[in-house]
Write a protein that binds this ligand. Structure first.
Ligand code: AP5
Length: 205
């Protein structure tokens, strides 16, 4: 129980292409956290042609959100597999109010909480360029054309952006400039995380 108290659980928030996955890869090493990317789990399942993959594929290909029930069950299973972690970085989850509520319930049930949600901010045009570039190299089905990318932004604006208010009400919302070098952005994120760790340490004393 003592270990769980000292855990730090973060939500990395932001539009498609904001740099959530890129930054999570650095932060997970730096703070020894378990990185859970719902997009990566879906893509792994699509590649391996699992039932979950088959369910998710059409939505992802069209730049639409996978239904909440499917996504929430998958996320719960990922968290429960990793309860020995020192904390979590959630990347791409939650994306709807129902998902945010489910995450709060799950965290509470497991004796944890979301400590902070940190948004990476960048203009749409910057993000579209990043994603079109990646589409050329990675072949990600949802990065292939601008129309699909814009559809992901529409989904974000309609369903995900309202979570800003959800976390602001809980005093857990932080946002940083997501434009600059990858190192600079890691530095900006680290400042926010270090201040959270300091507060958590003081509370434990
Ligand atoms: P997901 O995989 O989460 O995709 P996304 O949100 O669209 O995010 P991306 O991976 O495109 O962007 P990112 O912010 O991680 O940026 P990245 O670091 O990769 O979701 C895919 C789909 O799965 C969804 O559309 C949905 O269908 C489904 N899904 C997933 N979660 C779901 C959920 N919770 N509910 C329902 N459905 C869900 O960077 C992007 C690019 O930019 C890279 O090429 C990177 O190298 C580059 N880059 C990063 N940082 C910089 C920088 N500072 N400067 C220049 N380039 C940079």
């Amino acid at each position: 129980q003592l270990k769980r108290k000292k855990m730090i659980n973060l939500v990395l928030f932001g539009k498609p292409g904001a740099g959530k996955g890129t930054q999570a890869n650095f932060l997970k090493e730096k703070y020894s956290l378990k990185h859970i990317s719902t997009g990566d789990v879906f893509r792994f399942n699509i590649k391996n042609e699992t039932e979950l993959g088959k369910l998710a594929k059409t939505y992802i290909d069209n730049g639409e959100l996978v239904p909440d029930e499917v996504t929430i069950n998958m996320l719960k299973a990922e968290v429960e597999k990793n309860l020995d972690a020192a904390g979590f970085i959630f990347d791409g989850f939650p994306r709807t109010t129902a998902q945010a509520k489910a995450l709060d319930e799950l965290m509470q049930y497991e004796g944890m909480q979301v400590d902070a949600t940190i948004a990476l901010e960048a203009d749409d045009e910057v993000l579209i360029q990043r994603l079109l570039e990646r589409g050329k190299v990675s072949g990600r089905s949802d990065d292939q054309d601008e129309e699909k990318i814009r559809n992901r932004f529409t989904e974000y604006n309609e369903k995900t952006a309202p979570l800003t208010e959800y976390y602001k009400k809980q005093n857990k919302f932080h946002s940083i400039n997501g434009v600059g070098t990858i190192e600079d952005i890691t530095e900006r994120l680290s400042k926010v995380i270090d201040s959270l760790v300091a507060v958590n340490t003081m509370k434990d004393k």
